[in-house]
Ligand binder design. Structure first.
Ligand code: GLY
Length: 371
């Protein structure tokens, strides 16, 4: 169990620098979406877990893996890994420099779960704190609650000694928001239906023009891991849907949706269209499927099929009658077996004793979401 810590100690450990050094490798070769180990430690994450280093030497999954194999608490290690993405302004899907809401304000969501102690903490719509995962961890550590939101979450973070800033935009995220404002109907408040369409068109045209990484429209990093003792934890952190209605909360901070961990079974988390995940509570579903004996890959495919079955609104279907959005799940069980699964082709990040790798997810459907 993570021991209780004082506020001062919390801030000190949260800002400690990392240690191990190693070069990341990116492997796009054909690779299995699931591998079996005998409790060999492993960390899985969304693709950005093997991309961003925040100016350091390690990517997120590598940092987490190295801390785990040095005997660190699994959740502390995973959070240190995702902190790299939260702090790196180049990742516009998470933390500092995350794409803002429709009003140009960066609002962040995060949650974490600690398998061995069955504890969890989360924050939603928090502004001004670069590392919402650390606030989520503080909720887990020092409160009797799970989820703090908005101003309350920000005040809690301040009381925990975390720095609260006026604005988490970078020049890049602000410029992209201004470009979005330019592309959306200049009158802005049309009737809700037309406004929704205009938002979709403006956002998709920015993806098509290469201004927004398609993975950063819904944003997010999820990171899950297991150590050699079979202790499983997970964390998810995000700036959420780009240009969202202020106050919109996605799946990321919601237990059972953006993340679920059962210390006896394993962990699952997601990136992609949060609303589809919330309607189906897929991380919980995946962990329950694994409890009933399914492999991480098969459990994940079941969740994707559930999302497809429950996606019936025409506006959410592509010409093939399939979901017109991407959604991915990253899964690890207590035995160290893992998988990445996706509605359409996507990659995920893994770190094992072989170092960090980027592997293809197992897709439910060929082609792209829009086709
Ligand atoms: N999956 C991230 C979001 O929808 O906010």
């Amino acid at each position: 169990m993570p021991r209780k810590i004082s506020r001062r100690e919390f801030v000190r450990t949260s800002t400690a620098a990392g240690v191990a050094v190693g070069a990341s490798t990116t492997v796009f070769a054909k690779a299995p979406a699931i591998q079996t180990n005998t409790i060999k430690p492993v960390v899985v994450a969304s693709n950005n877990g093997n991309v961003y280093k925040n100016g350091g030497a390690e990517v997120g999954v590598q940092k987490a893996f190295n801390l785990i194999t040095k005997g660190g608490d699994v959740l502390d290690a995973l959070i240190a890994g995702v902190n790299l993405c939260e702090l790196d302004p180049a990742d516009t899907s998470v933390g500092y420099g995350g794409l803002p809401n429709a009003d140009g304000i960066v609002q962040l969501d995060s949650c974490c779960m600690h398998g061995p102690t069955r504890r969890a903490g989360g924050v939603a719509s928090i502004e001004g704190v670069r590392t919402p995962s650390l606030v989520a961890k503080a909720v887990l550590e020092v409160t009797d609650h799970h989820l703090l939101v908005g101003k309350g979450a920000q005040e809690f973070a301040r009381n925990m000694g975390l720095k609260v800033e006026d604005d988490l935009n970078t020049d890049k995220s602000r410029a992209l928001w201004l470009e979005w404002k330019r592309r959306i109907d200049p009158e802005h408040y049309l009737d809700p239906k037309k406004r929704g369409q205009a938002m979709e068109m403006a956002s998709l045209s920015m993806v098509r023009d290469g201004l927004i990484d398609p993975d950063h429209y819904y944003g997010t990093i999820n990171c899950d891991g297991v150590n050699s003792k079979g202790e499983v934890c997970g964390v998810t952190t995000t700036s959420g849907l780009a240009w969202k209605i202020p106050g919109r909360v996605g799946d990321s901070p919601i237990l059972g949706a953006g993340l679920y961990v059962d210390g006896d079974v394993g962990a699952a988390g997601s990136t992609g269209r949060g609303e589809a995940n919330l309607y189906n509570l897929c991380s919980f579903l995946i962990v329950e499927q694994m409890r009933m004996g399914k492999s991480p890959k098969d459990a994940g495919m079941e969740a994707l099929r559930r999302i497809q079955k429950n996606t019936v609104e025409k506006r959410l279907l592509n010409p093939r009658g399939l979901p017109n959005f991407g959604i991915n799940f990253y899964i690890v069980n207590k035995k160290g077996e893992y998988a990445g699964v996706s509605m359409y082709a996507a990659n995920y990040a893994v770190c094992t004793e072989n170092g960090p790798q980027t592997l293809p997810c197992e897709p439910l459907h060929p082609g792209r979401a829009s086709e």
